[in-house]
Design a binder for this molecule. Structure first.
Ligand code: ADP
Length: 481
């Protein structure tokens, strides 16, 4: 990270519901673990507001009550919450909102495939508390940087109560919009004039993502290509019209990768280290992984799927492609959690091919590192992908991605085609099985030629997606009047 002090130092308050590795379901957590500290290194005064997830936050280095009480009204009920200060080893200070009734639970948003029934209360509460903190913090923030639908209502309240604080709203995943019935509007304590098509109403419901888009000063999403896609029919998951109307404040900024955590040369979670000049370690990682997973061979190609087992990630294409890949002599490892229906379908396939298809339905940071280090190819057939971090990590570990040419995948992977003298992975389009299989076949042709494989791996490992670069772009947005 750059260690310069910025001449126009700003006070920036982040608000989000995830932070890696403490509370994580996806890429949002990784962004929160990196962007605030990249901005802090540039001389800005940064704080991160998070729910106090008692079970996760126990792991923090230091935790201190701030002696501050927040009074948050939801409808007719007044809730009292306490504010704690926490410190990780490498992030700016955390401001943790303690309300066990809402946040001391087994899951962040709900059990697999379900939402908690009181998510409106939970995240309206969080949004309201965040704005109170912004108003009470000294020095007062110049910028309130909100992330995803959980904080959408904060944009509305900040616009009403402290318009001098600039709000920036980042969309990490447009498919999750925080939609609630009109009856929950009472919990916002806003006048009904906000429940209109110009406000936070969308087809008769409250739409929190829309609230963030409409009421923030600037809106960002996590790759330039995705910023275009979400304005086009279907790409905005219904909100394309809203985004077109607000396009003058929308920009796409590519996420970085955190190479303090994701670097095969220094990674302590993997059995052998390696870099682009010394690839022996990668072979060892593969051998160990194949042994641990019970695969018969460590010379056959090893494909990995790592991610949430949900429609967006292309699980259906994965299921359709699996019998072909196996019949071509490949082995496949899957590490993911998600919808029970996809887990069942994968289990069925695995029963037919027990020694070549390995499944782990759990969330494990350690396994994610070991699987990425040991695999040859990463399968990422996402229907859409705002940015995608897993492919960035895969590139760094010399694990060549095979991905749908969409969003951040298209912005970060250079397609390799015969004679494979350029490129860092394999892109496919249209979003159909034959195109996906044909990209897999290209990958297998590369696998059969070791020197071509090494060339591609080295190019992939040389790709750097820098948080410093992203921080510079966010800084420009924060300063833009
Ligand atoms: P999304 O945010 O849509 O889930 P990203 O690719 O942006 O997708 O980020 C996913 C992050 O979550 C990556 O850091 C990935 O390694 C991690 N991840 C996903 N599933 C698992 C799992 N089962 N175990 C460990 N890490 C996981």
């Amino acid at each position: 990270m750059l260690a310069c002090t910025h001449p126009f130092s700003m006070v920036i308050l982040f608000a989000a519901t995830e932070l890696a590795p403490y509370a994580k379901t996806g890429g949002l957590a990784d962004v929160l673990a990196s962007l605030p500290s990249a901005l802090g290194s540039r001389g800005h005064q940064v704080r991160i507001c998070l729910p106090f997830y008692r079970r996760a936050i126990r792991k923090l280095r230091s935790l201190q009550s701030m002696g501050i009480e927040l009074e948050v009204v939801l409808g007719r009920t007044k809730h009292v919450a306490h504010l704690w200060r926490g410190q990780t080893s490498d992030s700016p200070p955390l401001l943790l909102i303690e309300k066990d009734e809402f946040f001391d639970r087994s899951y962040l948003y709900g059990p697999p495939g379900r939402d908690y029934a009181d998510n409106a209360s939970r995240f309206f509460f969080f949004s309201k508390a965040v704005v109170q903190i912004a108003q009470r913090l000294s020095p007062r923030p110049d910028v309130l940087h909100l992330h995803d639908w959980h904080t959408g209502l904060a944009a509305v309240i900040a616009r009403r109560e402290c318009p001098q604080i600039k709000t920036v709203f980042t969309i990490h995943n447009i498919a999750y919009q925080g939609k609630f019935p009109a009856a929950d509007f009472e919990l916002t304590n806003l006048p009904w004039e906000y429940f209109t098509p110009e406000g936070i109403e969308f087809y008769g419901q409250i739409n929190c993502l829309k609230a963030g888009i409409v009421f923030s000063n600037r809106v960002t999403t996590v790759s330039p290509r995705h910023a275009q896609e979400i304005q086009s029919p279907g790409g905005g998951h219904g909100l394309e019209g809203v985004l077109q109307a607000h396009r003058q404040k929308l920009v796409g900024i590519l996420n970085g990768a955190d190479y303090r955590r994701w670097n095969p040369a220094t990674d302590r979670k993997i059995p052998a280290s390696f870099d682009a000049g010394h690839l022996k370690g990668k072979e060892i990682c593969k051998e160990v992984l194949c042994r641990e997973l019970g695969f018969p061979s460590h010379t056959d190609p090893l494909f990995l799927f790592l991610g949430r087992l949900v429609e967006q990630k292309g699980v259906e294409l994965l299921l359709q492609a699996t019998p072909y890949l196996l019949s071509w002599g490949s082995q496949i490892a899957v590490l993911g959690t998600g919808t029970p229906k996809w887990e069942k379908a994968l289990e069925e396939l695995s029963r037919q091919n027990p020694d070549r298809l390995h499944l782990q339905f759990r969330f494990s940071e350690r396994l994610a590192h070991r699987f990425l280090a040991g695999a040859d190819f990463l399968l990422m057939p996402s229907a859409f992908e705002p940015c995608g971090l897993t492919q960035m990590y895969a590139l760094r570990y010399g694990t060549l991605p095979i991905a749908h040419a969409t969003g951040g995948l298209a912005d970060t992977i250079q397609d390799a085609i015969e004679p494979f003298e350029t490129g860092t992975g394999f892109l496919f389009s249209p979003y159909e099985l034959p195109a996906f299989l044909s990209a897999c076949q290209r990958a297998l042709r590369v696998y059969q030629d070791p020197s071509t494989l090494v060339g591609l791996r080295k190019r992939a490992m040389g790709k750097i997606f820098s948080w410093d670069e992203a921080a510079l772009q966010y800084e420009a947005i924060y300063q833009d009047p």
